[in-house]
Design a protein around this ligand. Structure first.
Ligand code: TYM
Length: 331
């Protein structure tokens, strides 16, 4: 079986972008691959969460993984910081990651622009830690959304560089994966760009949002005055709503509203109402399970402990072999 690794940062509740970009694929992959799904709590330290926030957000991700249908008996679910071997591999990979290439990473440049007061070294070396997450289990497939594609390219670069340096073929090349034709990019509700946690509460629909909240958010989503000629290209805000519909609704529903738009007969009220109802239906099974699972701390502890044991077994094997390739020897 091929090995699969992916993770989500513990920065809050999961939204539709996380679900359709990542978690939905995790669930579909579990039976056919050797899967490791983790909570990237080390990665979330770049933004300096308080201990209470960090703890709460780790729990959110764990609960929502389980509520989405990831089976802890089938996949290895673990918390990144429970596997210190990842941090050790990160250290080794950092020795061969260069300032120039790290500074050129799009996500780093975005972070510098949006938060110039907190350009820390962890942010710069974020792609190295991500490469360590993947290489520690020698994974080849990484289910992620479109925004992570460049990070995967960097992971291949760091793995290949290690291989060349130590004259080995130890690390295989990991590639971004999705069951959909292309990697997914779920747009937000604010009329521009992707759905994200940092783009403001109203931009994202969370798996745990109740139906009324979803209706309110969607009805308030940015739109415009409607098409002014037949078959016109859609402006970004409208295209985003159609892209969201493509993700959550049936192909027929999407086609129906697309036809209405092209004929200039679309009523945004109806369109948004349909979109909201389909989001409510898509998230309903998870919403209910989230509440139940969140009550059972002893079960969650058990899942995390079991996952950490399995993940460490794999990680320790890699670290033993990497140490030997590097040339560490005990006397
Ligand atoms: P993070 O925590 O930002 O997002 C987790 C996953 O959700 C996907 N995603 C989206 N997909 C489509 N449309 C969106 N609007 C959207 N928003 C988020 C992301 O692509 C991702 O798959 N660096 C990673 C976490 C990470 C990781 C790893 C992933 C750390 N180590 C190793 C894979 C393998 C991140 O910040 O994801």
């Amino acid at each position: 079986k091929e090995t699969v690794v992916s993770g989500i940062r513990s920065t809050g509740k999961l939204h539709l972008g996380n679900y359709y970009g990542a978690v939905k694929n995790f669930v579909q992959m579990q039976n056919d691959y050797n899967c490791y799904f983790f909570i990237a709590d080390l990665h979330s330290l770049t933004t300096h969460p308080t201990p209470a926030d960090l703890h709460g957000n780790i729990k959110h991700v764990l609960v929502e993984y389980l509520a989405s249908g990831i089976d802890p008996e089938n996949s290895t679910i673990y918390i990144q910081s429970d596997v210190p071997e990842i941090a050790e591999l990160y250290l080794y990979l950092n020795m061969n990651a260069y300032m120039g290439e790290l500074e050129r990473s799009t996500s780093f440049k975005d972070k510098v622009r949006s938060n110039p007061d907190n350009v820390n070294a962890g942010l710069l070396t974020y792609p190295v830690l991500m490469a360590a997450d993947i290489l520690i289990h020698k994974a080849t497939k990484v289910p992620v959304g479109k925004d992570q594609e460049q990070h995967l390219e960097m992971a291949r670069t760091f793995g290949n560089r290690f291989n060349r340096l130590y004259n080995t073929e130890y690390f295989p090349e990991p590639y971004a994966f999705s069951f959909t034709e292309k990697l997914v990019k779920v747009p937000g509700l604010d009329g521009k760009g992707k759905m994200g946690k940092s783009e403001g509460e109203a931009n994202a629909v969370y798996l745990s949002d109740d139906p009324e909240t979803i209706r309110k958010k969607v009805m308030r989503a940015v739109s415009d005055g409607g098409p002014t000629e037949e078959n016109q290209a859609k402006p970004e805000a409208i295209q985003n709503l159609f892209d969201l519909m493509k993700v959550v609704s049936s192909a027929d529903t999407h086609q129906h509203f697309d036809d209405l738009y092209n004929k200039m007969q679309i009523r945004y009220g109806d369109f948004k109402k349909q979109l909201a109802e389909d989001m409510i239906i898509a998230t309903a099974p998870m919403r209910e399970r989230i509440q139940d699972i969140a009550k059972d701390d002893s079960y969650l502890r058990q899942v995390a402990k079991h996952g950490a044991l399995k993940a460490r077994e794999s990680a320790q094997k890699t670290i033993r072999e990497v140490r030997s390739l590097i040339g560490f020897k005990s006397f």
